[in-house]
Design a protein around this ligand. Structure first.
Ligand SMILES: [Zn+2]
Length: 464
């Protein structure tokens, strides 16, 4: 039997992993970690639900940890590759997998120190840096648009998804028992239309079966990020202090830099000192410039003209802790872009701790803030914030921009679906919270398409 099994991101957003078993072999599309609520994170500790030595290859859609973060676990269980990915994903995985391992190790150390783990004082990390490096050694870059037979009767082709650098949808052509070629399309995470830097999601990819991401299946993004950021800059100047932007190091930081430089180039904002204070963001920025295969026309033109599209004129990269601390002495209007994006950790905490008590400070939230994070508390008007064991009073002005997102909203996904050459025979809605999944399936069914929400762990026969 040729089949697909949903081993994660079914009924939930994280833990993307889909197993295709065919006469020519077994491939796993994405090997993501479960993130968020504790009952989800506990799933990372369970043995992989399929013998890993029976998996012939892994095919990655993009480098976000909920899509690649379980690779070191597979390797630990005995998987020996290969792992296919785009060149951009290859570079980002080299940055993100060791970082994920360090976070796991840190968490284990913390659990041991506080004794909250039931394994205390011997809590072990989910995986360590060595596991991450072993996983990286299995990566095999494959360019967009190149059809590659990775097993007898199983060919894959990457198409651009426009979500982050290297992001792709995967078209898998699988020969089933009857000799028929079955085309499966894995959307991966789909990006936005007309977003800066990245191209629109590739149009017109044929599919007999489609797995469609549904993150924003019940929502529409509002607002113009460039205009909103401009307003925030003027507010920051009026208040006379710093503007702190907590931002994800990969993707959001570069998008913010692009918009700020663009506003400067158009003389719509004055040139302010801008600090990027996150070693990972500093490492990811040259990758955003180097991967020209991931650039849209505007970005390509800017790069070709030598305009340095991610470098506002007074940009400073603060790599060392000394450079980071030096920002504390900065008075007057300036912009500090620092991770983490929800203020759950990282260097941004030092800046918030120092500047939240000042009325002249602006905090600009440019990303989704999950419930329970410091970012969420700020967004919801907290009068004080607990940072490094201290209660820090919030006198700063806090504003949110909602127009930034790396995921297409329901209208953008519908726009992409309308480019498919024909309605797929079956559509499985994945990668969303239940309301968003339900809304996506319902909308597609109303269009007369055969769509439903994928069920966790179910196996669907593709040979029929
Ligand atoms: Zn993603």
């Amino acid at each position: 039997m040729t089949s697909i099994r949903f081993l994660g991101a079914a009924g939930t957003v994280t833990g993307s992993r889909f197993l295709v078993q065919a006469p020519g072999g077994s491939i796993l599309v994405d090997a993501g970690l479960f993130q968020g609520a504790k009952e989800l994170r506990l799933r990372n500790w369970q043995p992989f639900p399929h013998p890993v030595d029976e998996i012939d290859a892994v095919v990655l859609t993009h480098a976000h940890i909920d899509h690649i973060g379980a690779l070191p676990l597979l390797v630990r269980e005995g998987f020996r590759g290969p792992v296919y990915c785009t060149p951009g994903t290859y570079d980002l995985a080299n940055l993100l997998l060791p970082d994920s391992a360090r976070l796991q190790e840190e968490e284990a150390r913390f659990a041991n120190k506080l004794g909250y783990s039931k394994h205390a004082p011997n809590a072990r990390p989910l995986y360590d840096e060595e596991d991450a490096l072993a996983a990286i050694r299995l990566l095999m870059p494959l360019r967009y648009g190149v059809r590659r037979e990775i097993r007898p009767g199983i060919a894959i082709t990457y198409h651009r998804a426009g979500h982050i650098i290297g992001s792709a949808m995967v078209q898998a052509e699988v020969k089933v028992e009857s000799g028929r070629i079955h085309r499966m399309l894995f959307s991966g995470d789909l990006g936005r239309y007309d977003a800066p830097i990245l191209p629109d999601p590739s149009a017109g990819v044929a599919a007999d079966d489609l797995l469609i991401e549904s993150t924003y299946g019940d929502r529409v993004h509002r607002g113009d990020p460039r205009e909103d950021i401009k307003q925030a800059v003027f507010e920051c100047i009026k208040r006379g202090g710093a503007m702190i932007i907590p931002a994800f190091a990969v993707g959001r930081t570069q998008e913010v830099l692009f918009q700020l430089r663009e506003l400067e180039a158009r003389k719509e904002i004055p040139e302010l000192p801008i600090f990027v204070d996150s070693p990972m963001a500093i490492d990811a920025t040259p990758m955003y410039l180097a991967h020209r295969e991931d650039h849209d026309d505007e970005m390509a033109r800017l790069v070709a003209s030598g305009a340095e599209p991610l470098r506002p004129s007074r940009l400073v990269f603060a790599r060392s802790p000394e450079q980071s601390r030096a920002i504390n002495r900065m008075r007057g209007p300036c912009i500090i872009v620092s991770a983490s994006g929800m203020a759950t950790g990282g260097r941004v905490l030092h800046h918030l701790k120092q500047r939240l008590p000042e009325e002249s400070t602006t905090v600009l939230l440019v990303g989704y803030q999950a419930a329970g994070t410091r970012g969420w508390s700020l967004q919801n008007g907290a009068a004080s914030l607990r940072i490094h064991g201290e209660d820090v009073p919030v006198r700063a002005r806090v504003t949110s921009i909602t127009g930034f997102s790396a995921h297409g909203d329901k209208e953008e996904v519908a726009r992409w679906l309308s480019t498919l050459p024909a309605p797929p025979g079956r559509i499985f809605c994945i990668h969303g919270e239940p309301p968003a999944l339900g809304a996506t399936a319902e909308r597609l069914s109303a269009r007369g398409w055969n769509a439903r929400v994928a069920v966790d762990q179910e196996e669907v026969d593709l040979s029929a």
